[in-house]
Write a protein that binds this ligand. Sequence first.
Ligand code: H2U
Ligand code: ZN
Length: 350
Amino acid sequence: MRLISETWLSTQPHRRYNPLAREWVLVSPHRTQRPWQGQLEAVSEERLPAYDPDCYLCPGNVRARGHRNPPYSGTFVFDNDFPTMSPQTPPGRADRSGLLVAETEPGLCRVVCFHPRHDLTLARMETEGIRQVVDTWVEQYVELGSLPFIRHVQIFENRGEMMGCSNPHPHCQIWANGSIPDRVAAETAAQADHLAQRGVTLLQEYLAVEEEAGERIVFSNDHFVVLVPFWAVWPFETMILPRRHVTALDELTGAERTSFAEALHRITVRYDNLFQISFPYSMGIHQRPTDGEPHPEWDLHVHFYPPLLRSARIRKFLVGYEMLAWPQRDITAEAAAERLRALSERHWAD
Ligand code: H2U
Ligand code: ZN
């Protein structure tokens, strides 16, 4: 296997290809030396209470539309009170000259509270608690994915105000809907073509290449590897990949679910330790669409997209050139992996 060892990868502007999304990213190594006179993010590190009487996710509290949360002790799932889609939406399609095209989109939205305690995060929870979250994700994926009108289940977490999270209480969202969203459709096509052409799944082959190269791997455990993808766009973007071919959460063994929880814990602790804050990110699980096809091309994986760049106060914006041309980054994936690898797995606040 040929390893990439060209020195220009760490010194010269270049573009890298993302074979999963089938997109390029422009990489400009060492550009972080440029001065920054732009927006500085507020760093609020107020200590949160374990219970907040005004939180709509804390146990026993009343939510915005009047429903009362039960006195839950593990995870707690409810139908989003302000859903973006509804299961009752009737079929409908409009098409004018193939240019004004619209279709109704049935779907279901849920919120999953990770833990009754308002002040915890994945980084501050025990692995056993995160294992319960993983079990809940599996249940939800299976339950929602079995509904005949649901073809895709997206589990995602917005963490921190910077990423639009409305509440610090540890939680994620699930949006399940009738058609396969574009990003997932692109990953499906890329993985299907790869499997057909090479007889091995794209991400399993990618993982083998990365394990041999080593330089972008942050850490690994018995069943999962956490790495900065070669084609990362966000400064400290990472992916969690299973060591074996697994198309979705429902194929994980009990031991693998625990390893998955452990990997989630370890990467979020490292993230918090990077700038000694509660690190913001958007995270999401990509897996086999639930359209009734077997999808042997799919490999379960997690994307972490964190916005912070150089410090807790300077974030990456995907604006201007990125909106008009293609994404660009200022540090290499290798440099980001090295920073993340060097961090402790003991939380800075302990
Ligand atoms: P975010 O923190 O990622 O915004 O997720 C919170 C979700 O919780 C959001 O989708 C829902 C919002 O609609 N929500 C309720 O379902 N009930 C409430 O009482 C407030 C917020
Ligand atoms: Zn709360």
